[in-house]
Design a protein around this ligand. Structure first.
Ligand SMILES: Cc1cc2nc3c(=O)[nH]c(=O)nc-3n(C[C@H](O)[C@H](O)[C@H](O)COP(=O)(O)OP(=O)(O)OC[C@H]3O[C@@H](n4cnc5c(N)ncnc54)[C@H](O)[C@@H]3O)c2cc1C
Length: 394
């Protein structure tokens, strides 16, 4: 038996023993996600156990080095682990901006002390992070941000406002872009800071959405003192880190189109609409739309795998994350349009136990934001046109 086959056998046995049955049921809504952190209220003991067990094994971040809370797995082993988790229907043990965004940036740009301090807590789900990038006048044009940080000896003093800060009211720490040089060109006066959301002077105000929920906030900083050692990378060198982090954010959002955590679409539609006497979906039009979607989804999954392989060989182009983000967001929006078509008027139920408090309708509305968050589709198309296709700018 090869090492990889051994690893597969061991991984499967470990997952079968350690993944609680409840954590093998399909995710029905965002509420089923485990975010960890100091304030997180677990939905069940099974959810807590699953996060803790995977965190202790380093499998929440399988490819991170062991000294930073990972399992030090190689690419092939990590792929086997993903395959085995998918085969058993295991849920993600931990969803986290720390894992998807900050972790990769710290691995690349953080000091040794920052890596040792923050990465293991991310891996074990102990600290939940939020992202302080966008401001009222700096979204697509992010480099125009005006939140200021002034260095006073051993600490910065931060003043300003962020907006659309997802889960700021539930996060423990924030990774934040601040302006530290006011005379410099806009891209060169930005720094990347980390600080505790419980620091005096930090406050948040939730923003209510069409879905009836408030997944994000306005975040205010009023003379917040941040230790100078919480600066990541060079002073005024934050833009490079910000961009690097964005490529990971975009790949993560693109992955929404690929991560089939919900039931396969065909099965969902069959349950909702029933089958004809030949055992096929009764609605021929929807049947072909779903078939087309499933083919596109499969092709996208292959593209994600290929992109991952190329990146690991050092051949990836960071701008390709824009293509993945663009297409993955469109795919996810299409998935939920099709689910709504299959569910018919039942899909519009907004409250009550039968619909799990309108989980489908609310998630469908939420998907509309996929083509805005992490940079809008128009901005991704601009990047694809300029950087990947080499077309001239306007
Ligand atoms: C669900 C969700 C979660 C988010 N979470 C976070 C978070 O946690 N932290 C955070 O910092 N931010 C977050 N954001 C903010 C997000 O990054 C911004 O909304 C996004 O970058 C767009 O910025 P904006 O809203 O200011 O729109 P604008 O930049 O004002 O854009 C308005 C419109 O103009 C278009 N446009 C702008 N510039 C161009 C151009 N050059 N060419 C063509 N069209 C253009 C845009 O495509 C858009 O349609 C989140 C947003 C959403 C929807």
């Amino acid at each position: 038996m090869t090492d990889l086959e051994n690893f597969r056998r061991e991984a499967r046995a470990w997952l079968e023993t350690n993944c609680p049955p409840e954590m093998r049921r399909p995710v029905a809504s965002e509420a089923d996600s485990c975010w960890g952190g100091r304030r997180f209220r677990f939905q069940s003991e099974a959810q807590r156990l699953w996060m803790v067990r995977m965190g202790e094994r380093g499998w929440t971040v399988p490819t991170w080095p062991k000294e930073y809370g990972g399992a030090g797995l190689g690419k092939a082993q990590a792929q086997v682990l993903r395959q085995e988790m998918r085969a058993l229907g295991c849920r993600s043990p931990l969803d986290s901006f720390g894992i998807w965004m900050l972790g990769p940036a710290l691995l690349q740009y953080g000091s040794e002390a920052q890596k040792r301090e923050h990465l293991p807590k991310i891996a074990r789900g102990e600290i939940r992070w939020c992202q302080g990038y966008s401001e009222p006048n700096a979204g697509s044009d992010l480099a125009s941000l005006q939140t200021r940080a002034e260095l006073h000896g051993d600490h910065f003093v931060v003043n300003g406002q962020k907006i659309w800060t997802s889960y700021a009211d539930q996060a423990d720490w924030i990774f934040c872009l601040v302006r530290t040089d006011f005379g410099a060109k806009k891209h060169t006066g930005i720094s990347f800071l980390l600080f505790d959301m419980e620091s005096p002077g930090v406050s948040t105000r939730p923003i209510l959405l069409i879905s009836g929920k408030s997944p994000f906030c306005e975040t205010f900083f009023d003379n917040v003192k941040v230790p100078a050692e919480n600066l990541v990378g060079e002073l005024n060198g934050g833009w490079t880190i910000a961009k690097y982090l964005l490529t990971h954010e975009r790949e993560m959002i693109g992955g929404i189109g690929e991560r089939a955590t919900a039931r396969p679409l065909g099965r969902f539609a069959a349950d909702a609409m029933g089958l004809d006497e030949d055992g096929r979906l009764a609605d021929g039009g929807l049947r072909s739309d779903i078939a087309r979607f499933e083919i596109d989804e499969l092709a996208f999954r292959c593209l994600m795998e290929r992109t991952g392989d190329r990146a690991r060989r050092g051949e990836g182009d960071p701008a390709f994350s824009s293509a993945l983000k663009y297409y993955g967001a469109e795919l996810n929006k299409r998935r939920y349009e099709l689910m709504m078509s299959a569910a018919g008027s039942d899909g519009l139920e907004w409250e009550g136990e039968r619909s799990r408090d309108g989980a489908l309708a609310r998630t469908w509305l939420r998907t509309k934001a996929n083509s805005i968050e992490g940079g809008t589709s128009e901005v991704q198309l601009n990047i694809i046109a300029k950087r990947l296709l080499g077309l001239p700018g306007a």
